[in-house]
Design a protein around this ligand. Sequence first.
Ligand code: ZN
Length: 289
Amino acid sequence: MKLANLDGRATIVVTGAGASDGGMAGLDVASASGGRFGPDPQAVLQDWQAFSAWAEDLDLMNAEPIAQASLGNPVGTPRQVFAIGLNYKAHAAETGSTLPATPATFTKYPSSLAGPFDEIVIDVETADWEVELVVVIGTQADHVSEAEAWDHIAGFTVGQDISDRVLQRSGGAQFSLGKSRRGYGPMGPVLVTLDEFEDPADLSISCVLDAETVQDSRTNDLVFDIPNLLAHLSSVLTLQPGDVIFTGTPSGVGVARDPRRFLKPGQVLESTIEGIGTMRNVLIAGPGS
Ligand code: ZN
């Protein structure tokens, strides 16, 4: 199943034949369920087991064409947003860092999240790109083992962990604030359940800036894989339905290049993961510039 946020309402989407504007059609969850689920995307995630069982038998023949550009963040506003640093070997190497012994965890504050086709204001000189696979929690996870981890996941989406490299390192290190400027966490275009992937642990992941591929890797290169991340995090605290985990970025970020490169207003940032889709965010100047 593919789940989207269409104008703030949870919407099951189908892609392919018969759908216009990027080949997408959708069925409003609240209407189709007679009000039992939704419309808030987070409300759907809070009742994930019942919802996914209901959605399994759903007839999508009545899905109506939708405009991809009106899609929002498919997860809405999660209570907890986890992000993992240095989780691809080649990325750790390019930044001159040694691999951490346990997942290097920080948060992106929920107010930094944005939609998959939103414009993003770039009003600092040191904003960098980081395409990431985002895990969405479907059922509460408390002290789960690696073997149990997959059962707690609702699905995957694409994320960008846009990072202000100066703020990230100011005052020692404050990753959470440096990665939480307004709009620095676009997610989407859809949430895809695990049954849709041939191998959910091995997906191509790429980032394209103004038609130039700047990141191109596979998620099987994760240092701490997804079961490991859920086991680790849930040994410390309880993961709640609707929470998200940005699982780390592959190599190719701007700060590690010679010369260093950063995002500029006017550029187009495209972020793609196999089986999920592509986000396309246009970068714009701030109101003061
Ligand atoms: Zn990151």
